[in-house]
Ligand binder design. Structure first.
Ligand code: ATP
Ligand code: MG
Length: 392
């Protein structure tokens, strides 16, 4: 029996005008992830049908499970629009299923079909009852059998695979993800992508204090979250000189605070140059000294750009659960040092004050060091694994 894929959209509450954009973006994204396969997409107001050569059906379903904006994925059986065919094929489909209770739901887009939806559900239900030892339960059935009547064909289906939900990537524009090799920032990036924000990534490296393995780990993390986007590039900032200047000129307990203020300044400039609307990072309230509310306030005050912290209110275990689900966890826990973890002071300040920051920052010409960092950014557009995997 020939099959096709039915896609149900997420976020049905989107306003009318936005729906067109939503559908267009989703369709573009689907065409992109399925570009290897010969497909035909028909998009309607509340659903999409994808016709595909059935030998590729499983690969397509797998790829669609990584597309934001999809609420449900359904494999439909395509039969002729006549009652005999519908009844016969229904038995064919259900003969291998194990269920004790069921109900039939019919949707009739082809209004000329001579039987009403209610009547068809009843008739087909009777046919199922006659052929299997099962009962009808309209409230909590083991199986819901769907019939969609269209002019040329009727689609039959029973279970639905849950999609990722969210918005199609890019529909909200682009942000800059501060991506480290830790657990939190890739998860933050994934959650931003889920809300339709496409990403560019920014990574601060401090060679020779940080290794090439640490950088490759970040590229690998970017590649994994790029499976949900397809557009991600990574900007790598050579941070060594600025970081060394901070350690030389700032008292120990303030180095992390000042370092993060510098990171934010650089991130803001990168956003301006690449027309990125927001900064995104993996800060989580109270996780470390630089992520107390007072620290966030003092660090955040160097920029007027919105800073989104998708994991701010999550516990570490919740963040880890997402990292495992999206496949970044195993890479994140590889033991390469990040620039934030080298020379970590013993007692970083927990409640920094702005006045002290400003005083310490007067000790050195950080502006020219920031400019130097920005001038020497290396941008990596090709996240193919072969370009760095031998070093992992
Ligand atoms: P962990 O999962 O171990 O907490 P982390 O990546 O969250 O790792 P933090 O020290 O908590 O590391 O840093 C907070 C946030 O600052 C990160 O989530 C990330 O967004 C940003 N950040 C830290 N270090 C870097 C770096 N080297 N390059 C880019 N962004 C960084
Ligand atoms: Mg963290």
């Amino acid at each position: 029996m020939e099959k096709l894929i039915l896609i149900k959209y997420g976020e049905l509450t989107t306003k009318k005008g936005n729906r067109k954009t939503f559908i267009r973006s989703l369709k573009n994204r689907i065409e992109k992830v399925l570009k290897k396969y010969p497909i035909q997409i028909r998009d309607l107001y509340d659903r999409m049908y994808i016709e595909v050569d059935n030998q590729y059906l499983n690969q397509c379903i797998e790829a669609l499970q990584k597309v934001f904006g999809i609420f449900g994925i359904v494999i439909c059986y395509k039969v002729n629009t006549n009652i005999d065919d519908i009844q016969e094929k229904t038995l064919d489909i259900l003969k291998d299923r194990s269920f004790k209770t069921f109900k039939v739901e019919t949707k009739r887009s082809y209004k000329q079909f001579p039987i009403s939806s209610m009547e068809l559900s009843r008739k087909l239900g009777g046919h199922i009852l006659k052929n299997f030892n099962v009962k009808v339960d309209v409230h909590q059935p083991d199986l819901v059998f769907h019939v969609e009547i269209h002019k040329d064909y009727t689609y039959l289906y029973e279970n639905e695979i849950r999609g990722l939900g969210g918005y199609p990537v890019g529909i909200q524009g682009k942000g800059l993800l501060m991506l480290s090799g830790g657990i939190d920032s890739p998860v933050a990036g994934y959650l931003a992508l889920k809300r339709g924000v496409d990403l560019e990534c920014l990574y601060f490296e401090s060679p020779p204090h940080t290794s090439v393995e640490a950088k490759n780990k970040v590229l690998e993390l970017a590649r994994i979250i790029d499976e949900y986007s397809g557009n991600i590039k990574v900007h790598i900032v050579p941070f060594t000189k600025l970081q060394e200047a901070i350690y030389k000129n700032v008292p120990d307990h303030y180095v992390i605070t000042i370092m993060r203020r510098m990171m934010y300044r650089i991130a803001e400039e990168v956003c301006k140059r690449h027309h990125l609307k927001v900064m995104i990072n993996g800060e989580s309230i109270g996780q470390v000294a630089s992520q107390t509310l007072s620290s966030m306030q003092v660090i955040n005050s160097v920029t007027n750009l919105p800073v989104i912290r998708p994991v701010a209110c999550m516990d570490k275990l919740e963040i880890i659960a997402i990292a495992k689900k999206i496949g970044t966890y195993e890479t994140s826990i590889l033991p390469y040092e990040d620039c934030c973890t080298i020379f970590l002071p013993k007692h970083p300040v927990i409640n920094p004050d702005l006045e002290s920051c400003l005083t310490f920052e007067k000790n050195f010409d950080y502006q020219s060091l920031i400019e130097d960092c920005i001038e020497h950014i290396e941008t990596i557009k090709n996240l193919e694994r072969e370009t760095y995997s031998d070093l992992l």
